[in-house]
Design a protein around this ligand. Sequence first.
Ligand SMILES: Cc1cc2nc3c(=O)[nH]c(=O)nc-3n(C[C@H](O)[C@H](O)[C@H](O)COP(=O)(O)OP(=O)(O)OC[C@H]3O[C@@H](n4cnc5c(N)ncnc54)[C@H](O)[C@@H]3O)c2cc1C
Length: 553
Amino acid sequence: MARPIIMTIDDEPHVLNAIARDLQAHYQKDYRILRAGSGNEALEAVQELKRRNDPVALFLVDQRMPSMSGVEFLREALKLYPETKKVLLTAYADTDAAIASINAIDLDYYLMKPWDPPEERLYPVLDDLLSDWLANVPVPYDGIRVAGTRWSPSSHYVKEFLARCQIPYQWLDIERDKEARELVESASGERPRLPVLFFPDGSTLVDPDLGALAAKVGMTTQARQPFYDLIIIGAGPAGLAGAVYGASEGLRTIVIEREAAGGQAGTSARIENYLGFPQGISGADLTRRATTQAQRLGAEIVTAQAVTGLRVEDPYRYVRLTDGTELSCHALLISTGVEVRRLGVPGIEPFVGGSIYYGAAASEAVYYEGRKVFVVGGANSAGQGAMFLSRYASKVVILFRGDSLDRSMSKYLIDQIEGTGNITVMFNTEITGVDGAGHLEAITIKNNKSGETETVPADAIFVYIGAVPSTGIVGELVERDEAGFIYTGQDLIRNGRRPKNWKPRRDPLLLETSVPGIFAAGDVRHGVIRRVASAVGQGAVAVSLIHKYLETV
Ligand SMILES: Cc1cc2nc3c(=O)[nH]c(=O)nc-3n(C[C@H](O)[C@H](O)[C@H](O)COP(=O)(O)OP(=O)(O)OC[C@H]3O[C@@H](n4cnc5c(N)ncnc54)[C@H](O)[C@@H]3O)c2cc1C
């Protein structure tokens, strides 16, 4: 814990100097002594201290000050620091006010001026109060604090981003924590936009976009140079594998990721089938290992920056980023994966990110301790999500359109679900309606076979209903199938003919798209097996094919 603070406030400079001098003499080793010449000046300092989460052990304040009395100051300061000890410095004439404030603000002591000799009249009193404070005060959290409401979607996105970047933070729910609400209001007014983030250096961010947040927490959000041998779009398993192999094999390599690194795998609570991890590995852990490895080998990873468009001007390939910058390269690897399919239920949008989540079990489960939650879907991701949620929620109900999980979910997960007492599966069901004031309170479930509907209480829905490819950025540039997945290699050869406008006198390489030098790997490809190992394998193979391509440029 940082050295706690003793703050003394007096409008008369000679009194302020005298008390500060005596405090320094006795407490300097263990406490920081701060002084202020008025209640207002002190309140500003108190707000700043709270933003940094610095501990304040004691306020020693003169009662008689012109613009704000000592008691008035303490009343305000205590909203932010309720545990701090409060001592009023009074003249004989003010004792009535001091006595009244013992009840009004729970004053700990009033000290009569003058306090000489301090060894007898000051230190024993303060020693006693400070040892009491030290014995009872909770150790303040000295990392990032995120203040918001549980139902606020933007609070959810911030928490999700920090969790996925593995940056620890403390969550302050302003609906439950009065002190947190005061702190938020002191930083951004009475009707604050949420969330408000407080950093240990005393700075704040109010409802930041991902770029501002990523930059503030020290992530790389800008490329270091304008040209690379290899630009990789998307930092899921395929992109990160491409980065590890590209950088280790001497290519100047950059990965551009629109959110946090890790892709879908990064949101998985436990990946049990990835080679070499007999106990399974969490997506967060796998991501941390992969990003560290890629960076150690020399790859740049830029996060919170999306690629918004591609163009080709032979022999170079160009990508445009959200901030308008353009980067160029010899070879491009598209590993943008897939994104979750949205639940087509009327009226759900206001709840998304607040009590209806796409994936996100890992970051939100803890807030549903003892509550009833629903999981929609019947594939492995739904099973993993349900298992994770079952550690916190009192009841997890899986809603699945099919009549058996056997064809869509791995056997090990079905066994785990069957062996978990607080998970039930409702087959042949779908959600047809949602209801709630501010946050989800009830859902309507329809049985597809009988046609019957029922409305039941629900605290949250976690949706895992498949995926659509993230390929909007390629437009007409590269060939895609009807669903939007990218064709590569031999899939591009139709009736023995190479793709339209194809110039090289060779067929497209295994993972090459219909544009030479633009490759695709992972879930984004047409006809691929969607697995972590498969994506990693393709990312690695793509790099060896890129070497082949580069020999021809
Ligand atoms: C909850 C869950 C659990 C899973 N569990 C398992 C499991 O246990 N075992 C298993 O083998 N597989 C599992 N999978 C599947 C596995 O995670 C995927 O097959 C794998 O992540 C695919 O990797 P990828 O790199 O191809 O794409 P993704 O993981 O989808 O990564 C693509 C990345 O590209 C980024 N991106 C997209 N568009 C842009 C753009 N325009 N600009 C910049 N970046 C962009 C995305 O933000 C994302 O980070 C699971 C999937 C989910 C959702």
